[in-house]
Design a protein around this ligand. Structure first.
Ligand SMILES: *Cc1c(COP(=O)(O)O)cnc(C)c1O
Length: 393
């Protein structure tokens, strides 16, 4: 197995790297020199630019310090609480589900559609009980979940829908951008390895004015006015009222400065990611691998992740394959160790692998290849060559 020594002449190809340009750096420096480093004018501008980017002026964008925070705020605002159940996919990161537990509600994990690796609408419908309050679809890897089916189910059963769009900037479903669909709220992530980054950060997007008001207040301690409001207001600036025990989830202007310029590049980033994904598809054709599902005709995939599955009969296992790539100086990852495999979720809800056959099957044979805008075309060829050697047996 380990008879393949590292190739020292090749630099290590990391699994993910952000692309931060001089515009981002200058904007951050400008913020640092401005005297206003926490939530203020740049966070406001970032919010306005985000709504404009999504192209629907009826939306409100609320900047937060992570997508996890945004999901927590959205669920709180739609009224998820003790006694409620929230349905989501087992094939996700724990953040999607942990926020449900923050609110004292319970998580109902369901299986995926093996063709798309996205939450299976039929499994959602089968999991609904009188306690079900909300669905959290995840747009896995940047491919939209079947929102047409999921929104129809939600309407039929009177459920709230909060989209985990951490992978989905920009993604479309039925030609409409994720963020503009008919759910109650959508949450994007600007974590370091996401399609655009503010280091840490997120955006909650909603068309529901009451939800937006509640999320804004809960984002900052349950305060009736934020610090920038008070700083710039004509009335005495010391006065505010606490209307709820809120959280500390605001995005700093330092982070928003990055976001302003990353957002301008989001479409170009997506085109580069799509190009790299297509190059992988071509270079890996003929190998015993299941390549990632494509979006429906006319729709956009954000290509946050390029996820492969080993085909039946492949001459090497997933773990060994990752080791071989690593020995060739290539970083890989696995998305995800499904939630039903983790001790907390497994034990709390008595989950078994057999309850999630498609997620379990995908997990056992899945790996994610490096995919980011700073990769060269030659990096794709290098990864493909390494895979070809490893799969030759
Ligand atoms: C990254 C991620 C999150 C959390 O995003 P943060 O901004 O790091 O809080 C949530 N859900 C999914 C599917 C993610 O990949």
């Amino acid at each position: 197995m380990s008879s393949h020594p590292p190739a020292p002449e090749m630099p290590f190809l990391p699994f993910a790297l952000p692309e931060i340009g001089e515009d981002e750096i200058a904007e951050v420096v400008d913020t640092l020199r401005s005297g206003w480093v926490t939530t203020g004018p740049k966070a406001r501008r970032f919010e306005a630019a985000f709504t404009e980017y999504l192209g629907d002026a009826s939306l409100q964008s609320i900047a937060v310090n992570s997508a996890t925070a945004g999901l927590h705020l959205a669920l709180e605002a739609v009224g998820v609480g003790p006694g409620d159940e929230v349905i989501t996919t087992t094939h996700t990161f724990t953040a999607t589900a942990e926020v449900v537990r923050y609110l004292g509600a319970d998580v109902k994990l369901v299986d995926i559609d093996p063709a798309t690796l996205n939450i299976d609408p039929a499994a959602v419908e089968a999991a609904i009980t009188p306690r079900t309050k909300c669905l959290i679809p995840v747009h896995y890897a940047g491919l939209a979940a079947d929102m047409t089916a999921l929104l129809a189910i939600a309407r039929r059963h009177g459920l709230k829908v909060v989209e985990d769009a951490a992978h989905a900037l920009p993604t479309t479903h039925g030609g409409a951008r994720v963020g503009t669909l008919a759910s109650d709220a959508t949450v994007f992530s600007f974590y370091a390895n996401k399609t655009i980054t503010t280091g840490e950060g997120g955006m909650l997007v909603t068309r529901d004015a009451a939800l937006a008001d509640r999320a804004r207040v809960m984002r900052l301690h349950g305060m009736s006015r934020d610090a920038f409001d008070r700083f710039t207001a004509k009335v005495p600036s010391w006065y505010y009222e606490i209307v709820a025990p809120g959280f500390k989830y605001n995005l700093t202007d330092i982070a928003a400065a990055l976001g302003l310029h990353q957002l301008r590049r989001a479409d170009a980033f997506q085109r580069r990611r799509a190009e790299l994904a297509a190059a992988y598809d071509e270079a890996l054709a003929g190998l015993p691998l299941v390549r990632p599902p494509q979006p429906p005709a006319g729709d956009m995939h954000a290509w946050h992740l390029y996820v492969l599955r080993l085909a039946e009969g492949a001459p090497i296992g997933r773990d060994a394959l990752i080791e071989r790539l690593y020995a060739d100086g290539i970083g890989c990852s696995v998305h995800y160790i499904p939630l039903h495999r983790h001790p907390y979720w497994r034990e709390r809800y008595g989950l078994r692998d057999e309850d999630f056959p498609h997620s379990q099957h995908a997990y056992e044979r899945t790996l994610s290849l490096p995919l980011y805008t700073r990769m060269a075309d030659s990096d794709v060829q290098r990864v493909a060559a390494s895979l070809r050697r490893a799969l030759a047996g």
